[in-house]
Design a protein around this ligand. Structure first.
Ligand SMILES: NC(=O)c1ccc[n+]([C@@H]2O[C@H](COP(=O)([O-])OP(=O)(O)OC[C@H]3O[C@@H](n4cnc5c(N)ncnc54)[C@H](O)[C@@H]3O)[C@@H](O)[C@H]2O)c1
Length: 375
């Protein structure tokens, strides 16, 4: 990676407020100036969190929708509104850009932002394809700027607590993980339910398991809009032998955000919508050695249920704080960027598997109808 030059520091608002640290990297000392693109459902959360940070100014906001733009301008009168994101990129006072637009626009907006020398935060998923993710990572390295993508759940207390349990091997040997992320909507017309909801589960699985799946299969259905899968069942196998199953859906009678992790010693239920988000069950099977020539016996074990105390900080606050800290020190969070790329790889693989399954089902459908009529 190239060293910061006067040219790159000028692109980010001038060298005046930078110190050079021991490694020769420039550390930003003044308030970080951020431009935010996208004020739909999620963008306002990013705006709220950034504006509440002591050392950040959101000096420009952008959305194609004039009405939304003006609504947020009334609430934040010091920010300059625009419908053209290039106004943000052309502003030399802007250090960093946050992109909270639909995924199909991530590559265009993020690549132009990086190319303009802006540190860039892109909401999940990083991009629509792995090829785009790789191009963004290369561009960030070339421009010597920070690139980070949203992995909000990895900053949440329950997900971190489960990681610690796994690191301490409290669950014994892991057998399987099973997860449901379903609700009635919100329905998206631009991407599959996999691209919308599964990034959260994919990121958690990669974080917990510390390994990439060797197999992934998905079946699903486009029940509401033809060509847009709105329910999917995804199965994965990991090199360690652990298997995982995810159910993601926009069509369900109630909201479920539930993951079950089963090991040889203990089991965990992580319910993100429950007041007791993590429960550790001392349950399983014990192997009883035969006495004499008798057969071996399996006895169920039902011990204590432990509910760990979790801190209640907002994950988005921790995530965006890490981005701002990275911008200040220019230390890109490399592990999280690799994980964001792997999430895109899993989305691509699951969507491909869904398409293949849909094609096979479509081919077999006339045959099945004929069999029904004949039979
Ligand atoms: N981290 C999380 O938990 C979380 C939760 C929800 C959504 N998200 C992510 O946030 C992003 C946005 O999702 P959303 O649900 O808010 O979408 P949305 O459709 O509700 O809003 C997107 C907004 O972006 C604007 N927009 C689109 N293209 C633009 C452009 N070129 N220039 C300026 N504005 C543009 C639209 O006008 C709209 O207001 C997605 O990447 C999504 O995956 C993350």
């Amino acid at each position: 990676m190239k060293q910061p030059s006067d040219e790159t520091s000028h692109k980010n608002g001038g060298p005046d407020a930078h110190d050079v640290n021991g490694n020769g990297w420039q550390v930003l000392r003044r308030r970080v100036n951020v431009g935010l693109i996208g004020l739909g459902y999620w963008g306002p959360n990013v705006l709220r969190v950034l504006t509440e940070m002591d050392d950040v100014t959101v000096s420009r906001i952008c959305d194609l929708d004039q009405e939304r733009l003006h609504k947020f301008c009334r609430r934040h009168p010091y920010t300059i509104p625009t419908t053209d994101f290039r106004m943000i990129l052309d502003d030399p006072k802007i250090d960093a850009v946050a992109v909270a637009t639909p995924v199909e626009s991530h590559f265009e907006l993020a690549s132009q932002s990086l190319d303009a020398g802006k540190h860039t935060f892109v909401e999940k998923p990083l991009s629509a394809t792995v090829r785009e993710a790789d191009a963004l990572i290369t561009l960030a390295e070339r421009e010597n700027v920070v690139l980070m993508s949203g992995l909000t759940f990895l900053y949440s207390a329950p997900v971190r607590a489960i990681k610690e349990l796994l690191q301490r091997r409290e669950l014994g040997d892991l057998y399987f993980i099973s997860s449901s992320r379903v609700n009635l909507g919100p329905y998206r017309k631009d991407v599959s339910v996999v691209c919308d909801l599964a990034p959260h589960d994919f990121s958690m699985l990669l974080y917990w398991m510390d390994e990439f799946p060797t197999s992934i299969r998905a079946i699903g259905k486009d029940a509401i809009t033809s060509g847009i899968p709105d329910v999917a069942f995804i199965s994965m196998g990991f090199p360690s032998g652990v298997v995982a199953n995810l159910e993601v859906s926009w069509i369900a009678p109630s909201k479920l955000r539930r993951t079950v992790i089963v090991g040889s010693k203990k089991m965990v239920v992580y319910d993100d919508v429950s007041p007791e988000q993590v429960k550790v069950f001392d349950k399983g099977f014990d192997y009883n050695k035969p006495e004499g020539f008798g057969e071996w016996q399996l006895a169920t074990r039902t011990g204590d249920i432990v509910i760990p105390r979790l801190d209640s900080s907002e994950p988005l606050v921790s995530e965006l704080s890490e981005f701002i800290t990275s911008v200040r020190s220019r230390n890109a969070p490399r592990d999280s960027l690799r994980l964001s790329r792997d999430v895109v790889k899993l989305i691509e693989a699951a969507d491909r598997s869904l398409r293949l399954d849909a094609e096979r089902t479509a081919k077999e459908a006339p045959r099945r109808t004929a069999n029904l009529i004949a039979g």
